[in-house]
Design a protein around this ligand. Sequence first.
Ligand code: PEP
Ligand code: MG
Length: 560
Amino acid sequence: MLTLQGKGVSGGVAIGRARLLHKERIEITRHLVTDTDTEWQRYEAALAKTVEELERLYEWSREEIGHENAQLFSVHAMMAQDEDFNDAVRYEIMDKKSNAEYAVSQAARQFSAAFANMDDTYMRERASDVGDIAQRILMHLGVGQENADESDSHLATGEGDIICAEDLTPSETVQLDRRSVSAFVTAQGSANSHTAILSRTMNLPAVVGVGEGLGQICNGAVLAVDADNGRVYVDPDAATLRALRLRIEQNAHARTLLQKYRGRESRTLDGHRIEICANIGGIEDMEEVIRNDADGVGLFRSEFLYLGREDFPSEEEQFEAYRRVLEQMPGKRVVVRTLDIGADKQAAYFGLSAEENPALGLRAIRISLTRPDVFLTQARALLRASYYGTLAVMFPFVTSADEVNRLTALWERAKTDLREQGIPYADRVEIGIMIETPAAAIISDRLAPLVDFFSIGSNDLTQYTLALDRQNAALDVFCDSHHEAILRLIRHTVQSARHAGIWVGICGELGADLALTEQFLRMGIDELSVSPAAILPLRERVCTTRVKWPEDHTRKGEKI
Ligand code: PEP
Ligand code: MG
């Protein structure tokens, strides 16, 4: 057993098999075999293990995420047993006397190419499935892993893949297949990066920064990830596995105890109610949002609709995405933040030039203001979707009143266009801004009269106030998220909001920090928006806290 130490950025424990990403594809070479029967049997044994594994994954996922989503595994199991595919492998082994590994890779290449050339989109998409299935068979033939077969017996049903990579970009993270991934481990990575935040949103245990130790993990090795302590055990011994499985049970039990806070208001012992909402990256997160009984969506990071693709999402595509989220939150507010591309969230088709300091560069509303066509498409999609629920929209990375006025003018233009075309949208859509630059926090008293609400982005506020690049893992040790400067800026922002009679929330990670909940309540915060898994622990904290709210507190326009 080998122990790697990193930083746990999303808590929890997971046990599973290592799946290495970004590794050079393993070159599979051909060699001639003399005993073709034995080679065929090797293949049959690997195939049987693959099918068994896929069926197990199907059963487990069906319970966890429902039949429809789990179906992929049963389709893969069927495809693995396809007669034509097996005939192609048999021909390579028996007639051409190739080794089983080569035979599988040849058959996979042939079938992928055939699928890729089909007219039907559904069938074309099956090409990548063939590749996935072949990878599983190859893994069971021992490709890329020395110890996995022997460790197989340690794995229980439902212990899914653990992604291991040098680093993951936010767009790669958001595309991880949640049906089969149970955790991830990276060599690099910082605690406040978007990748770390996403792992919390997706409720995936994650350990970053294990450094060169990552090179010690081979594909298929059994891993036990203790993200609460930032540890990764490679080929864990029986005692470690026992202890960590117990922790998995304890965590599940703790989650069960929190269930009593579902369906309850987030109200302090002395009767003050706030809203505890969810941060999401897209529709895929809504299942967790509902499971954890969020009071609404406080931050929908819309830029994820723009990542991991070749071109801008159309108005129609965006409209569908927003509508689907709104429809799942009847009677509850959904705050969508407009495009926050730039810095670590890059999409090549925007054609942005490389920058010396991307975090201080052309990002978020600076792009919206220089590319009004892109902003107007998003605004139209949002307005159209507003008809299907309670939408609020907020602008990220604001530093001045002028920016807010220009964005509001563009927003109004989108409304006029729709009105002229007779396209309906909601009568009232609240417009807010994120307070995530020191400039915005300092002039929050001037900004408050221009908007309906503030949402404090403590992640960037920390980065810019403390001059700490949130992508730089070496700076994590300098990051004091309770720094007085940050808390003062938050307090000032809340006071500005109160004075103007608008509501104010926190959607950065600090909102989930239970050590600060009481302080935030005392300041008079109206809303905290956190990753779905953090909702119930936070509600428990609010419901068991007594605070005296500021006497001049006004909420959402209420007069004192
Ligand atoms: C923030 O900066 O606090 C925030 C919520 O936005 P993001 O983390 O996406 O930059
Ligand atoms: Mg931000």
